[in-house]
Design a protein. Structure first.
Length: 531
C-alpha cells in the first residue's frame, strides 16, 4: 500500500486541514475541518475497499491505498478513484466530481434548492446485507476490526433507516411502492451487500477545490454492490451513479469519466492499457515482479457497463433504470487517457483548484485530446486516436506500454464517455464494474490481464441479465460426488431439498431444463475455450 502527497497553493477563504502522507508523490485531499466525511466498507467478497459519502473511494482514512485484493491480504491495487463530469453551461466549461480532491459534500439537494446539512447524522454511507441477522460476520469483523455487536447493530440501523425515499434501491416485497423495513429488503435485489449515499456540489468553495470550477448544482446518488453467492463475480464490485441536473441550466457537450490512481502493489512500477472493444481500462505491473505482490501480480480494471443514454436511430436499444428504451443507445467508453507524472507530456495531472490548468485540461482529457487541446497520435500506426495504449501487451501487438516512451511508474487512468446533453431536471444513469484478477500462485502479470478480461465478460453478462435480480434461483450448492479417472471424471448428485428447489422452480417465465457442465483448460478461462 502507498501513501502519497501532492503540494499546491492557492487562496482559501476557509480554514482547511492538509493530510500529508509519507512521501511527496501525489495530491492528497483538503477538507474543511468543520465537515466530517463518512465512510463505510465494501467487503462482502474477495474485495475490501472504502466508500465515502463525498464521492471519494478506494483510499483508506490514513491516506493509503485502500482497495485491498485479495481481501485480508493487506495488499492493494488501487490508491484512489472517483467519478468526474464536465460540460458547458452557457458556453463556459465546468468540471466537477472527485479525484485527489472532492468537489462534493454528502447530502441531497432539498426541495427549497439548498443542500442538506452534511453533518446531519442521516447523511452517511448506508450499508445493508439481506442476511445480517443470521449470517457469520467474521469477514467484516476481521476487515473492520470491530466487534460482532457493533457491525450487526449498524447493519440493523441502516436497514431500518434505509433512505428509499431519497432514491436508495430496495426489493418491494409487497409491491406497494413504499419501503417498509418489516417487509421489504433494502439494497439491490439479489446482492449480498449494498452501499448507498447521496452527495451534491452546491458548496462552490468545495466545488472549486477540485479543478477551480464553481457549482453546477448536481446531485449524485451512488449505489455500490456485490455478490458472495455467485463465485464467478467474487472479484467484482458494481457501481451505479445517478446524476441529476438540479440547476436551471442546460449542460451541453457533457462527459462523465471514471478516474483512478491504480497502484498495483508498489506504486512506482505500473503500466496501464485499454481494450476499446470491451469499454475496459486496466492497470498491471510493468515488471515481472512487484515489491508487494512478488511474481504473482494482479491486474485491476474499470469497465463501462452502461454509459449515458442518448438519442439513437430506430434500430438502437438503450437502457435506463432497468427499462429498455427503443430508439436510444447507451454510449460506450469514448476515449481513454493514460495520465503520467512529471513527464511534461501533455498528459500530466490537472492542477487542483486551478481553472485554467485544472478544469480546462481535464475537459480536454475527457474529449480524448491532450492538455493543450491537440489530437494525439498512435505512435505505432501514426493515426489520430482518442485511446491511449489500446494495444495488447500479451500478444505484443499495437500500441501498448513497454514498447515506446516511458518506463514503468506511477500511472493514473481516465475512462471517458460522451458527449451528451442534460437539460434542467434531467437524470443520467451510469454503471461501472471495478474488477480485480490474479494475485495468486501460477498467475503472472499477463495471465492476470487474461483473467481480468474473462471477469469483464462475466460482469457484462450480469448486466445483460439485469444482475439476475428478478430471478429467485436458489443459491445452495448441489451435493456432488466426484470420481477422477484416467481422462474422464464421473460426477454424481443426488435428489435432496436443494436439488428439488433448483429443479422445480420457475423464474422469469422459464422452468428448469437441465445442467450444463463446462471443462476449462485452466483457471484463466474464457467461455470460448471451454468444452
Amino acid at each position: 500500500m502507498n501513501s502519497k502527497t501532492f503540494l499546491y497553493s492557492f487562496l482559501f477563504i476557509f480554514s482547511y486541514t492538509l493530510i500529508i502522507g509519507s512521501n511527496d508523490e501525489t495530491p492528497k485531499k483538503l477538507k474543511k475541518t468543520n465537515i466530517k466525511e463518512h465512510y463505510s466498507k465494501f467487503n462482502i467478497n474477495n474485495i475490501s475497499t472504502f466508500i465515502y459519502n463525498d464521492g471519494n473511494a478506494d483510499i483508506d482514512p490514513n491516506g493509503n491505498s485502500g482497495f485491498i485484493y485479495p481481501s485480508g491480504s493487506n495488499k492493494a491495487v488501487v490508491f484512489s478513484s472517483g467519478l468526474v463530469w464536465g460540460g458547458k453551461v452557457n458556453g463556459k466549461i465546468l468540471v466537477g466530481g472527485s479525484t485527489y480532491s472532492q468537489g462534493l459534500y454528502g447530502g441531497k439537494i432539498l426541495e427549497n434548492g439548498k443542500a442538506e446539512d452534511p453533518n446531519d447524522e442521516k447523511v452517511r454511507v448506508y450499508r445493508v446485507r439481506p442476511d445480517y441477522k443470521t449470517s457469520d460476520l467474521k469477514n467484516e469483523i476481521l476487515d473492520e476490526n470491530k466487534s460482532e455487536e457493533e457491525i450487526r447493530f449498524q447493519y440493523e440501523k441502516d436497514w431500518n433507516e434505509w433512505p428509499a425515499i431519497d432514491g436508495a434501491p430496495f426489493n418491494d416485497e409487497d409491491n406497494d411502492g413504499i419501503y417498509n423495513p418489516e417487509i421489504d429488503i433494502p439494497g439491490i435485489p439479489g446482492a449480498s451487500q449494498t452501499l448507498w449515499y447521496v452527495a451534491n456540489d452546491l458548496d462552490s468553495d468545495k466545488a472549486k477545490s477540485l479543478y477551480g470550477s464553481p457549482s453546477m448544482r448536481i446531485e449524485l446518488q451512488v449505489t455500490v454492490w456485490g455478490y458472495s453467492n455467485f463465485e464467478v463475480v467474487n472479484n467484482i464490485l458494481f457501481k451505479k451513479y445517478i446524476l441529476i441536473n438540479k440547476s436551471k441550466n442546460k449542460f451541453a457537450e457533457m462527459y462523465v469519466s471514471q478516474w483512478s490512481d491504480p497502484d498495483v502493489g508498489d506504486a512506482g512500477d505500473d503500466f496501464v492499457g485499454c481494450d476499446t472493444t470491451l469499454s475496459l481500462g486496466y492497470a498491471y505491473n510493468g515488471d515481472s515482479e512487484d515489491g508487494v505482490y512478488g511474481e504473482f501480480v494482479p491486474a485491476v480494471g474499470f469497465k463501462f457497463l452502461q454509459g449515458p443514454l442518448v438519442k439513437g436511430n430506430s434500430n438502437d436499444i438503450g437502457k435506463f433504470k432497468g427499462i429498455i428504451i427503443n430508439g436510444y443507445k447507451n454510449l460506450p467508453m469514448s476515449s481513454f487517457i493514460r495520465l503520467l507524472k512529471n513527464y511534461n507530456s501533455g498528459f500530466d495531472d490537472p492542477n487542483l483548484g486551478d481553472y485554467e490548468l485544472g478544469t480546462l485540461q481535464m475537459y480536454y482529457f475527457q474529449q480524448g485530446i491532450d492538455a493543450f487541446g491537440n489530437n494525439f497520435i498512435d505512435p505505432v500506426n501514426k493515426n489520430i486516436t482518442k485511446f491511449s495504449v489500446p494495444g495488447d501487451p500479451i500478444t505484443k501487438s499495437g500500441w501498448y506500454e513497454d514498447i515506446i516512451e516511458y518506463f514503468p511508474g506511477d500511472r493514473r487512468m481516465l475512462l471517458n464517455s460522451g458527449p451528451f446533453t442534460m437539460d434542467s431536471g434531467d437524470t443520467q444513469e451510469v454503471i461501472i464494474a471495478e474488477i480485480a484478477a490474479g494475485g495468486e500462485p501460477t498467475i503472472d502479470r499477463f495471465e492476470a490481464i487474461k483473467l481480468l478480461k474473462a471477469y469483464n465478460g462475466l460482469a457484462q453478462e450480469f448486466y445483460n441479465y439485469d444482475f439476475y435480480q428478478s430471478a429467485n434461483v436458489p443459491q445452495d450448492q448441489l451435493s456432488i460426488n466426484k470420481i477422477e479417472l484416467d481422462r474422464e471424471i464421473i460426477l454424481t448428485w443426488y435428489e435432496d431439498e436443494n436439488t428439488k428447489n433448483i429443479e422445480s422452480g420457475e423464474n422469469l417465465g422459464y422452468s428448469f431444463q437441465g445442467y450444463t457442465i463446462y471443462q476449462f483448460p485452466n483457471r484463466n478461462f474464457s467461455k470460448s475455450e471451454a468444452i
